[in-house]
Write a protein of this length. Sequence first.
Length: 123
Amino acid sequence: MKIKKKILIVEDDSFTIKLYTRLLSDEGFEVISTPAANEACGLAKREKPNLIIMDLMLTDGNGFEVIKQIRKETSLKKIPIITLSNLGQETDIDEALKKGSNKYFVKSNTRFEEVVKAVKELI
């Protein structure tokens, strides 16, 4: 049996989590998620995901800091990160990419298929 690739979604919007969990599960991925910035790094260390989808505006912190934390962790720093956020300013996009995000999508300008395609390309 083939081991499923694991995706961690860090997102505080339950609709977005449900949507991407369904889309990615349908593609054969195992999906885990957390709405909390302060749980993201610990969960990533425990679960060893193959890819992380990160929102930037979280109820208990911001995704920029989580990306920075993940990139500092030796065991996590090679995991691809896709940022999926409503923040569409160039400065936000640049900051996320500088901190270590591999790809950046603005939620309102992005079709779901584009994110799924990016996930497949990165893992």
